[in-house]
Design a protein around this ligand. Structure first.
Ligand code: F6R
Length: 625
């Protein structure tokens, strides 16, 4: 996720900006830049790659005093629109170079605004969604930033934290927020903005947290706050007592817990830009679907020719492969198209049978996993068309695939994947539904019901997280169980695979997942009183079968816990513990049912005194075989 820093004070801005950006490096980034307002006007310097490349680039200018100035903006970019490059890095400026903008978030209607601004004669330099903001402010600019910003914000859809400076006003930074974090720091003779507290702590511990639709204007001696109508507002000042390390994790004990909690936002970002129609686009835009919503994958190049495929083949590793297993079920369910799924390390050494009408979906959070890339290249060589689902813009997978659908989860720092998984599922469901719709196998009413259900998933995830103490309490009673099984049927089986992997990875518990129907064919031999069996039960038509399976393991002395719908009382008599999740379509359940399992794995790891962020023997990105 991008990092923002802004400094206005009585000292040199550039070193303060670089220092602040260094404190935001933990958020993950692929390029960095600064804009400094000095005697000779506004200077923007940016560089792809690590912060040190930017520092090297500006070293001579800094030493010569050519980047001198006491106001500026800094940014670390995590690419979303346009690959990592010098040009796509922030800050972005208007055509004349007098207004500089840094941005964190996603401007969802950027394509429409870009076309409109281009029609007004504005020339774009980058591929970013952010650049429209610079031009839009310039369009409304009549010598004062605040009214120009207010007019521009009215045109923006999506999420933003913005920092803006103008060469015509060397005494103010202006900032605004909607759905992306932004904090203002009140110092002595200096004031700052940042996307996170660690960037401020060197300068001040007195902060104001901006809320959605609030604006801050920072001078050298104070900060004023406004609402988006331009009316002044009062804000409460907070004193930061945490140390810097805790601040990096936004107060969470571990990155994994933070990332589990980021899922509602990540799911919203991944979904919202792919929906067209009421509620998903700004008023006044012509979506052609007034009053109803449809899936819009045209922006990623998915047209009807993709849906003519004869078969979908999915390949990936680890957690991404588990998403692929759920994807297979989703393609069969929503699109009635044959779908295969294979771990990439198997696929690349098999002798697979290709069909010219196959399309391949390759999933990878990092976009750099060696086995996954090898599978993708083999499929490509066969002439198959490739859809990549990845979290990293400009990754090798993204560059080599025919079509890319990004998961907008933001950087995932914990080794155990959480928000990348649920957002991969969101992408797969959207593609499967679009396939089904284009192939005419899903009715308009079914599609509308599925879209409505998808739209509720982020807030339903939020509700599960709000009740995390229930899972924490359960974990504290079960933490010395050395043998845990996850079982389920259909979508629950696939979700069990991922649930078991999480527990294995970070708690080192021997944990297996199996299809509940397989119980009698082998796994039941392992069940004894030392076993905990977690049963995922969201496939309503198979509740009876699951009750039988739970009874079978209970009869062998196992402790049992069920994850099921909040309105299903079916398992109250059978299982020892029941965890309830909000009701969605049975076919969409993994996006929700996995969250209690992620939390369970996390709490077990912590209770055992382990570091869930850095499990032994595992690396975040497996770039070698
Ligand atoms: C599990 C995990 C790994 C990765 C796997 C693939 O929590 O993180 O199993 O899912 O190594 O990585 P990507 O998705 O980067 O290809």
């Amino acid at each position: 996720m991008c990092g923002i820093v802004g400094y206005i004070g009585n000292q040199e801005a550039a070193p303060a900006l670089i220092g602040g950006l260094r404190k935001l490096e933990y958020r993950g980034y692929d390029s960095a830049g600064i804009a400094v307002m000095g005697k000779n006007g506004l200077k923007v310097r940016k560089s792809k790659g690590a912060l040190k490349f930017l520092e090297e680039k500006i070293a001579a200018e800094l030493a010569a005093g050519d980047l001198s100035g006491s106001m500026g903006l800094g940014h670390t970019r995590w690419a979303t629109h346009g690959e990592p490059s010098d040009i796509n890095s922030h800050p972005h400026t208007d055509v004349s170079g007098k207004i500089a903008v840094v941005h964190n978030g996603i401007i969802e209607n950027h394509a429409k605004l870009r076309a409109w601004l281009a029609g007004q004669g504005f020339r774009f330099r980058s591929e970013t969604d952010t650049e429209v903001v610079a031009h839009l402010i310039d369009f409304y600019y009549k010598g004062e930033l605040l009214p120009a910003l207010i007019s521009a914000l009215k045109r923006l859809e999506g999420s933003y934290a913005l920092g803006i400076i103008s060469a015509e006003d060397p005494d103010h930074i202006i900032a605004a927020r909607r759905e992306s974090p932004l904090v203002a720091g009140l110092g002595k003779g200096k004031n700052l903005i940042a996307s996170d507290v660690p960037a401020l702590l060197e300068h001040t511990r007195d902060v104001y947290y901006l809320k959605d639709r609030e604006i801050a204007i920072l001078g050298r001696d104070g900060i004023d706050f406004y609402n988006e109508e331009g009316r002044p507002i009062e804000k409460e000042k907070f004193r930061i007592e945490w140390d810097a390390a805790a601040a990096e994790k936004a107060g969470y004990e571990h990155f994994m817990l933070k990332e589990i909690h980021e899922q509602p936002k990540a799911l919203t970002d991944t979904l919202r830009a792919r929906l067209r129609g009421a509620g998903s686009e700004p008023a006044g835009t012509d979506s052609g679907a007034a009053g109803s919503r449809s899936i819009n994958l045209e922006e990623i190049g998915f047209d009807s020719s993709w849906a003519e495929a004869g078969r979908v083949v999915i390949s990936a590793c680890g957690t991404a492969w588990h998403a692929g297993v759920i994807g297979k079920y989703a393609f069969e369910h929503f699109a009635r198209i044959p779908a295969d799924v294979d771990v990439a390390s198997e696929f690349r050494y098999r002798n697979p049978i290709y069909n010219p009408r196959d399309i391949f979906i390759i999933l990878s959070q990092s976009g750099e996993t060696a086995d996954t890339l090898a599978a993708m290249r083999m499929a490509k060589k066969s002439g198959a068309r490739i859809i990549a689902i990845t979290n990293v813009v400009g990754s090798t997978l993204a560059r080599e695939a025919d079509l890319v659908m990004y998961t907008w989860a933001g950087p995932e720092i914990a080794v155990a994947s959480t928000k990348a998984f649920t957002t991969q599922l969101m992408c797969l469901y959207l593609i499967a539904l679009q396939f089904g719709s284009l192939r005419g196998v899903i009715s308009a009413a079914e599609l509308a019901a599925a879209i409505e259900a998808l739209d509720k998933i982020p807030s339903q995830a939020e509700r599960i997280l709000a009740d995390k103490e229930t899972i924490q309490r359960f974990a504290s009673l079960q933490f010395n169980k050395s043998k845990v099984f996850y079982m389920g049927r259909l979508f629950d089986y696939a979700a069990s695979l991922e649930s078991a992997l999480k527990l294995k990875e970070i708690s080192y518990t021997h944990c297996e997942a199996f299809a509940a129907g397989e119980l009698k064919h082998g796994p039941i031999a392992l069940v004894d009183p030392s076993t905990l069996v977690m049963a995922l039960c969201t496939q309503t038509a198979l509740f009876d079968k699951m009750v039988s399976n739970i009874k079978e393991v209970k009869a062998r002395g196992a402790s049992t816990a069920v994850i099921t719908w909040e309105d299903a009382d079916y398992f109250n008599e059978t299982a020892d513990s029941v965890f309830r999740i909000p009701r969605t379509l049975d076919s969409l359940s993994p996006m929700l049912s996995v969250i209690p399992a992620q939390l369970y794995a996390y709490y077990i790891s912590v209770l055992r005194g382990l570091d869930p962020d850095k499990p032994r023997n595992l690396a975040k990105s497996v770039t070698v075989e």
